[in-house]
Ligand binder design. Structure first.
Ligand SMILES: Cc1ncc(C[n+]2csc(CCOP(=O)(O)OP(=O)(O)O)c2C)c(N)n1
Ligand SMILES: [Mg+2]
Length: 364
C-alpha cells in the first residue's frame, strides 16, 4: 500500500507556566509594546469579568458567560485583527469586542438583556454575539466569500468552543472554506469543557486542529494561555488569509476557569484538583512573570494599572446601571427590516399595555 496523505499538527508555545521562555523570542521589535498592551488588556478583561459576575449575582444583570481563562486568546484576537477585518464571535469574546470598538457599558448592556449592547456603533462590520453553537462559522464563510469576490485584502475571523467543533455547521464551514480557499480564520477556544461534557469524550481525534485535514486547510495548535504564541499564530493565519493564501484552523488550548455561565455550577461535575491545575497554567500570571523577568513591567506599574482599571470598569458599570430600560416593544425592533403584520400587531399591543401599566398576568 502507498501512503497518499501525511499530516502533522504543530503546537506553538513560547512560555512555560511561570513565564520562562522555552525558546528565543520571535525577532520582532514591536513585540515589547505589543505584549505590554496585551497584558494591560488581559488585566482589564479580568476586572470587567469579575464585575460582570458580581452584577449578575446581585440581580443587576442577566446570565453571563465568563471569559476567565481565555483572556490571552480574546485579547490577542482583538489586538491582531485589522480594523477592516471582520470578527464573527461567539458568546465568550467580550475582550475582543471591546478592543474592536465595543464600549464596556455596551457589553454589560447586552448581558443585561438590552439589544442596544449588541449593536455598538464602534463595532463597524463585526457580527453580534452568536449563541447558537457554531452557526457563526458559516456566517464567517459568507463574509469571507464576499471579501474574496470583491478582491479585498481583508480577513474574517470566527471563534467557537471545543464542543462547537462537533456541530455539522462547523464541519460544513471548514469544508466550504477549503473548497473555495476563503480568507477566513477559525479559532477554537478549546477550554476542555462544553458545559458538563469534557473534551476527552467530545471527539475521538487526538487534536481538534486535525479536523482541518478533512477540509484541505491548514490546522495547528497553540498554547492559548501564552500571549506570545497567540500573537505569532494569529498574525500568520490572518496574513495568509489577507494575502489570498487560504484559511487556517487554530486550536487554542486553554482552560475554562469559571462555571460555563452564571446559570451553571461546575462543582457538580468537575473535579477540584483539575481546576487547581488549570489555575497553574492561567494566562495572566504567566505573561506577568515574563514581563517582570524582561524588566518590561514592575510592581509600581502594576499598582497604577490596577487602580486605573478599577476606575474604568466602575465608570462602565455606573453608565450601564444609569441607562434607562428600553421600552417593552423594543424586543421586536431588531428582528426584521420590515416587521411582518402579525408581529407589528403584537408590538402595538405591547406598547399600549405598557402605557396602561399592565402586565401579561392581568388579562387573557
Ligand atoms: C445549537 C445549540 N445547541 C445547544 C446549545 C446549548 N449550549 C450552549 S453553550 C453549549 C456548550 C458549548 O461548549 P463549547 O463549544 O466547548 O464552548 P464553551 O462554552 O466551552 O466556550 C451548549 C451545548 C446552543 N446554545 N446552541
Ligand atoms: Mg468549551
Amino acid at each position: 500500500m502507498d501512503s497518499v496523505f501525511q499530516g502533522e499538527i504543530h503546537l506553538t508555545r513560547y512560555l512555560d507556566t511561570q513565564g520562562q521562555l522555552l525558546k528565543p523570542l520571535p525577532d520582532n521589535p514591536a513585540l515589547t509594546d505589543w505584549l505590554q498592551c496585551c497584558y494591560r488588556n488581559m488585566v482589564l478583561a479580568r476586572a470587567l469579568d469579575t464585575k460582570a459576575i458580581a452584577l449578575q449575582r446581585t440581580g443587576q444583570m442577566g446570565t453571563y458567560a465568563s471569559m476567565l481563562g481565555s483572556e490571552a486568546i480574546d485579547v490577542s484576537i482583538g489586538l491582531c485583527m485589522q480594523p477592516d477585518d471582520v470578527l464573527v464571535p461567539y458568546y465568550r469574546n467580550h475582550a475582543s469586542q471591546y478592543l474592536r470598538g465595543a464600549a464596556m457599558e455596551e457589553i454589560l448592556l447586552y448581558w443585561g438583556g438590552d439589544e442596544r449592547g449588541n449593536a455598538c456603533a464602534g463595532m463597524n462590520q463585526d457580527f453580534p454575539n452568536c449563541v447558537p453553537i457554531a452557526t457563526q462559522a458559516l456566517h464567517a464563510c459568507g463574509v469571507a466569500s464576499a471579501m474574496k469576490i470583491r478582491g479585498e485584502k481583508r480577513a474574517a475571523l470566527t471563534v467557537c468552543g471545543d464542543g462547537g467543533t462537533s456541530k455539522g455547521d462547523f464541519m460544513e464551514a471548514l469544508n466550504v472554506a477549503g473548497a473555495w480557499q476563503l480568507p477566513v480564520v477559525f479559532v477554537v477556544n478549546n477550554n476542555q469543557w462544553a458545559i458538563s461534557v469534557p473534551r476527552a469524550i467530545q471527539c475521538g481525534a487526538q487534536t481538534l486542529a486535525q479536523k482541518a485535514f478533512g477540509a484541505g486547510i491548514r490546522g495547528e495548535q497553540v498554547d492559548g494561555n501564552d500571549a506570545i504564541a497567540m500573537h505569532e499564530v494569529l498574525n500568520r493565519a490572518l496574513e495568509r488569509a489577507r494575502d489570498g493564501k487560504g484559511p487556517t484552523l487554530i486550536e487554542a488550548i486553554s482552560y475554562r476557569l469559571s462555571d460555563h455561565t452564571t446559570a451553571d455550577d461546575a462543582t457538580r461535575y468537575r473535579d477540584n484538583e483539575e481546576l487547581k491545575a488549570g489555575w497553574e497554567r492561567e494566562p495572566i500570571r504567566r505573561l506577568q512573570g515574563f514581563l517582570h523577568q524582561q524588566g518590561w513591567w514592575d510592581e509600581a506599574r502594576e499598582k497604577a494599572w490596577q487602580e486605573e482599571v478599577s476606575q474604568m470598569v466602575q465608570r462602565a458599570v455606573d453608565h450601564y446601571l444609569a441607562t434607562p430600560a428600553q421600552p417593552v416593544e423594543s424586543m421586536f425592533d431588531h428582528l426584521y427590516a420590515e416587521l411582518p403584520a402579525r408581529l407589528q400587531e403584537q408590538r402595538d399591543w405591547a406598547q399600549v399595555r405598557a402605557m396602561q401599566g399592565g402586565s401579561h398576568h392581568d388579562d387573557a
